[in-house]
Design a protein around this ligand. Structure first.
Ligand code: TA6
Length: 278
């Protein structure tokens, strides 16, 4: 039987690749526990990762599924999106199953994290791929003696053929904070079409979303993440080619409006599930 997973180097950094028996595959960077690539069975890459992303220890990598923890964005005094995305995680396991493949990574508090955020925690990220579906679960346990609160997100960069042809269904009727204007509004169109910079936090997002492109339909579901963030910079970024914003849309499973509070010994887990419909 051939070996179906490997612990390898990706852009000079430690990574693991999991491959399911049907051919679906995913690459996860140990720094940040960041899924960088997901290719479902008999399909092309579904995640956007910038070809000019910077792979330097301690720097955030632009693309894939960064883990934001214990702070979302700049909504607090910590570094933007917290520290989990720039910390080295430990690989616990990576193996194929009968019809899937799984890997699990862990990040515990350490001297560096305690300097930024004085709490004892254990994060576990579990990535499962099977057929045309990926299931990413983030769990957090309070391993200390005092309660803490955190906001978090799976900051998923979805790869697009062209943003102008993409439509995101399932947000209608939800109230959102437009981070660009600072105003709260209610989503009215049946489908969101992005034709300018967008940075929104949708609250109480319990329905599945559907990202439609002429040749693709991707279903996006989440559990225990109450909010959805939709972001596209609509312009150049230092670590992304100038026109590449056309090739990506971030649809993020998040806990922002009501942060998670954990008492000592308590655990929380949330997940985002992506599945290709066609
Ligand atoms: O999730 C959207 C967002 O918070 C935006 O406001 C935008 O700045 C983006 O994340 C990227 O943040 P980063 O720190 O990775 O440049």
């Amino acid at each position: 039987m051939s070996k179906t997973f490997s612990i390898s180097r990706h852009q000079g950094m430690d990574a693991t690749e999991i491959v399911a028996p049907g051919g679906a595959r995913a690459t996860v960077l140990l720094q940040g526990g960041q899924v960088l690539s997901w290719q479902p069975e008999a399909a092309s890459e579904q995640l956007y990762c910038s070809p000019t992303a910077v792979y330097v220890p301690g720097k955030a990598v632009r693309g894939g599924i960064p883990v934001c923890f214990p702070q979302f964005g700049k909504l607090g005094a910590l570094p933007a999106h917290g520290f989990a995305r720039t910390q080295p995680w430990q690989l616990l396991m990576a193996e194929p199953g009968v019809d899937d493949a799984l890997c699990a990574l862990r990040l515990e508090d350490n001297e560096a994290t305690r300097k930024i955020w004085p709490h004892a925690f254990a994060l576990e990220l579990t990535v499962r791929i099977a057929g045309r579906r990926i299931d990413v679960e983030l769990a957090c346990e309070n391993t200390g003696t005092e309660a803490f609160e955190f906001s978090t997100a799976l900051h998923t960069y979805l790869r697009l053929d062209d943003l102008v042809d993409a439509r995101l269904h399932g947000l209608q009727g939800l109230s959102y904070l437009d981070k660009l204007s600072g105003k709260t509004q209610v989503e009215t169109p049946d489908a969101l079409r992005v034709n300018a910079e967008v940075d929104r936090v949708y609250a109480h997002a319990s329905r599945a979303l559907l990202l439609r492109e002429p040749k693709r339909a991707l279903r996006i579901e989440q559990e225990a993440f109450a909010d959805v963030v939709v972001w596209n910079p609509w312009g150049a970024m230092a670590d992304m080619p100038d026109d590449d914003y056309h090739q990506m849309l971030c649809v993020e499973a998040a806990r922002i409006n009501h942060p998670v509070k954990l008492e000592p010994g308590e655990e929380w887990a949330g997940r985002q599930i992506l599945s290709l419909d066609n």
